[in-house]
Design a protein around this ligand. Structure first.
Ligand code: NDP
Ligand code: 2IT
Length: 450
């Protein structure tokens, strides 16, 4: 890797040495460093203050054993993580992921990206992330509860409403947050806003559940409006995944006049030319926790195709990857381009490989990177923290308006930064540069402990 800049080369070499065998983390760091080339060349105080070598190293990385007892009475052991990446602009903030693929590399890439994403929201939140290699699929409700309680028994030592505020991510929704919150309260005898994504009856915020998906569409609308005088009205949209982000992205896309023609899960995808019936997807996924395949058995206009990656062969105007990292590669990006895609916005974190992103940018596709496009979830978590601190709740309309305002602002911050640094329309560069600015300035202002 050569960034054509000594400082960037030096920092990246050291990151590779320290984090060998962590491909997702290195991928996330490389993308940010590439974007920051014009920024460090313009502002020598970044190198002088060692900002980059500090920003790529987590402030704290916690790994712990999570033992629990399954329904058969057998002892199970999983691995738990929390990375507290950067607290320059606020308490660590970021979700918890429960998925068998979770490891140190995945948690660190997510925590690193969260630092810049949270900064872009304009709210005072640092970056963190956590999770476990626990697989919630096929587990009973009581097994989920016991796992969450054991996980929180250790995590509670490291978090707090003014220290580190976790939330959901893949495999962690309202049910898990409820069990985690209950255990924290039991251990500490404190009712505080230590988690976000809570249920509405005990301190949750209206619109948090919908926020990432809605925010993604607010961002995409603003991007289409400003970069092409276009709207979502009448567009064909393909959305990967059928979890929290995908479902509410689909709901808002439909509200804005688009037709969502395909959705997926990790086994396969459905195509419904008549437009996906979201109530059916919600029944299957949110109520029954079943497979997307079921949809084709219930809706005659639909077809199910085994294998989730094929979803990118479905012709569309707008593609919204909302499942997981590296789910869309260069070949699949080329197929989308050949099929006439106009815009791609990332609901998931790092769903497009570097090759895919390059193909989109090279072909003039409007591309919304995750840090900007999916920041609506954590932004609304920030609004949940504010409401908890005030011991007050805003109406759904108030939260939704604030969310929309934040997403519109994020688009313009990234767009303006892309122009400022000589790459107009490159929102990858723009989002990284804009998110970095506030964190870097705060790190410099707070000095180096020695
Ligand atoms: P959910 O657990 O609700 O849904 C995840 C969806 O993605 C499911 O349809 C799942 O399918 C699919 N999926 C997960 N892992 C894989 C995989 N390895 N291969 C193929 N499909 C997979 O999670 P969310 O909707 O909350 O999260 C989706 C993405 O959005 C993640 O990248 C997350 O980091 C990101 N995100 C989430 C936010 C939030 O507020 N929840 C905020 C910002 C970003 P299956 O059921 O078969 O596993
Ligand atoms: O990736 C993300 O931004 C999230 N999973 C949401 C984090 C949060 O704290 O709401």
């Amino acid at each position: 890797m050569n960034f054509q800049n000594d400082y960037l080369n030096r920092v990246y070499e050291e990151v590779c040495r320290r984090n060998a065998g962590e491909p997702e983390f290195l991928q996330a760091v490389r993308e940010v460093l590439e974007s920051l080339k014009p920024v460090v060349e313009k502002d020598p105080s970044i190198e002088k203050n060692g900002v980059l070598e500090r920003i790529v190293e987590p402030e704290r990385f916690i790994q712990f054993r999570v033992s629990w007892v399954d329904d058969k009475g057998q002892v199970q052991v999983n691995r738990g993580y929390r990375v507290q990446f950067n607290s320059a602009i606020g308490p660590y903030k970021g979700g918890l992921r429960f998925h068998p693929s979770v490891n140190a590399s995945v948690i660190k890439f997510l925590g690193f990206e969260q630092v810049f994403k949270n900064s872009l929201t304009g709210l005072p939140m640092g970056g963190g992330k956590g999770g476990s290699d626990f697989d919630p699929k096929g587990k009973s409700d009581m097994e989920i509860m016991r796992f969450c309680q054991s996980f929180m028994t250790e995590l509670a030592k490291h978090i707090g409403a003014d220290t580190d505020v976790p939330a959901g991510d893949i495999g962690v929704g309202a049910r898990e947050i409820g069990y985690l919150f209950g255990q924290y309260k039991r251990l500490r005898n404190e009712f505080t806003g230590v988690l976000t994504g809570k249920g509405l009856t005990y301190g949750g915020s209206l619109v948090r559940k919908e926020a990432t998906g809605y925010g993604l569409l607010y961002f995409t609308s603003e991007m289409l409006k400003n970069m092409k005088q276009e709207s979502l009205q009448g567009k064909r949209v393909v959305i990967s995944g059928s979890g929290n982000v995908a479902i509410y992205a689909a709901q808002k896309a439909q509200e804005l006049g688009a037709t969502v023609v395909a959705m997926s899960d990790s086994n396969g995808y459905i195509i419904d030319e008549a437009g996906i019936q979201l109530a059916v997807v919600q029944q299957i996924k949110e109520v029954e926790r079943a497979r997307i395949k079921e949809y084709a058995q219930r809706v005659p206009s639909a077809q199910y195709v085994e294998g989730c990656r094929g979803i990118w062969s479905v012709k569309c105007d707008v593609a919204l990857p909302c499942a997981t990292q590296n789910e869309l590669n260069g070949q699949e990006a080329q197929q989308l381009v050949d099929n006439g895609v106009m815009a791609v916005a990332e609901g998931a974190n790092m769903p497009c490989t570097p090759e895919a992103v390059e193909i989109f940018l090279k072909n003039g596709i409007f591309f919304g990177p995750a840090k900007a496009a999916n920041a609506g979830g954590v932004a609304t978590s920030g609004l949940e923290m504010s409401q908890n601190s005030m011991r007050y709740s805003w109406t759904a309309q108030e939260v939704d308006e604030k969310l929309k305002g934040i997403m519109v602002n994020i688009f313009h911050s990234a767009y303006n930064a892309s122009k400022e640094y000589g790459a107009p329309g490159n929102l990858v560069l723009g989002a990284n540069a804009a998110g970095f600015a506030k964190v870097a300035q705060s790190m410099i202002a707070q000095g180096v402990a020695y």
